[in-house]
Design a binder for this molecule. Structure first.
Ligand code: PLP
Ligand code: COI
Length: 365
């Protein structure tokens, strides 16, 4: 396929007054822009008909395979408007490569990296008026691939759609960047060996919804999943990776394998040495975690991801009714120095307020 996503002429666009009204209070993932990118794939012809057209419903037959067997993968990234009006992406090539890995795991066709970048950049240009100007607000971009073929036999689809939609967004948590509590589930699992934990596929999120509901019922902002076999090894949160800071300046996070290899996670690991933090990506048990929080060896913890950026964690609550006071582990420094410093460094790179030695940002407009 050609990597180009040409703009379909004549798409009706919102007035600047309508956009301004939405941008006054965008929330997260509630409103969608005027355009979407799309390309269609068939087993015979490959990717074709790539374009930026109107944001409109798909024409999907009720027999469409994604509705039955959830053959679907997605990505999440943001467009940032800087003080000078220019608009930038953050490490989008890593999203492109992760979408390829996710697609391979779900036996969907891989979209070439250049096509991914062209689709995302084309959409941001078409909907430039929707990129917020206020600090901490972005245009959230959601690329996805799904099985559109009407067929109920269980096999990989021979017709597939790739699309990108965009949603102007503020903070993911309604509480902004205030510390959240985390519900540690020992009854639900997100991923197991050989499963789809490392892929960004919709099914992972569907299977986590009940655990997220349980977390919310206990006042927690996210659920923490542990390994499926023993419920002892820390994995990740419902929609974010998790980090711990120790009093002797180590930065701990679970090793990859069954978890999503977050781009924010990777960036935080790469930034850690700037702050004198030694990164350690390795297995972390609940036993170690509880003991280290109680003894103040672990002083800070945070969630990180594209949507969450870096959100501090106040407490871990364990779903063990018999544990009494031990069912809770509260961080000594929930708004700790290291969490704040890493967050500041990350957002300053994203908004072009700090040097970007790794060349992580990419100008679109
Ligand atoms: N883990 C899960 C389950 C996620 O949904 C996300 C969000 O995308 C992440 C981790 C963080 O990934 P990233 O930093 O690439 O957004
Ligand atoms: C993201 O951070 O981009 C995600 O996909 C996670 C979700 C909580 C929106």
């Amino acid at each position: 396929m050609s990597a180009a996503f040409p703009l379909v002429p004549g798409v009706a666009v919102s007035s600047s007054a309508e956009i301004a009204q939405i941008l006054a209070n965008p929330g997260f993932g509630v409103y969608f822009t005027d355009h979407m990118a799309q390309a269609d794939w068939t087993a015979e012809a490959g990717w074709q008909d790539s374009r930026i057209g109107p944001y409109e419903p798909f024409s999907l037959p009720p027999g469409g395979a994604v509705l039955h067997y959830a053959q679907e993968v997605f990505e999440g990234l943001k467009a940032y408007r800087r003080a000078d009006g220019s608009v930038w992406l953050f490490r989008p090539e890593l999203n492109a490569r992760r979408l390829i890995r996710s697609a391979e795991r779900m036996d969907l066709p891989a979209l070439p990296e250049e096509a991914f970048l062209a689709s995302v950049e084309g959409l941001v240009r078409a909907d430039a008026a929707w990129v917020p100007e206020r600090d901490e607000e972005t245009l959230y971009l959601r690329p996805f691939i799904f099985a559109s073929e009407a067929f109920l036999g269980v096999r990989s689809a021979r017709q597939v759609v790739y699309a990108v939609v965009a949603s102007p967004s503020g903070a993911y948590f309604a509480s902004g960047f205030r510390p959240i509590d985390i519900w540690v589930t020992s009854s639900f699992s997100r991923a197991g060996a050989g499963g789809t934990g490392a892929a960004k596929c919709g099914g992972n999120y569907a299977s986590g919804l009940l655990a997220s509901k349980e977390a919310a019922a206990h006042g927690c902002g996210q659920v923490l999943f542990t390994d499926a076999a023993e419920h002892e090894w820390v994995e990740e949160l419902g929609g974010m990776n998790v980090f711990f800071v120790t009093s002797d300046r180590r930065l701990l996070t679970p090793a990859v394998g069954n978890i999503l290899e977050g781009i924010t996670r990777q960036s935080v690991l790469e930034l850690a040495p700037e702050f004198g933090l030694a990164p350690e990506a390795r297995p972390i048990s609940l036993t170690e975690l509880k003991a280290a929080i109680w003894s103040r060896d672990i002083t800070e913890a945070f969630a990180c991801g594209t949507a969450a950026v870096i959100t501090p964690i106040a407490r871990f609550l364990f779903d063990d009714e018999s544990a009494g006071a031990e069912a809770e582990a509260a961080l000594a420094e929930p708004q700790g120095e290291m969490t704040q410093a890493l967050r500041r460094r990350l957002v300053d790179i994203q908004w072009g307020r700090a040097s970007d030695p790794g060349g992580w940002t990419r100008r679109v407009i």
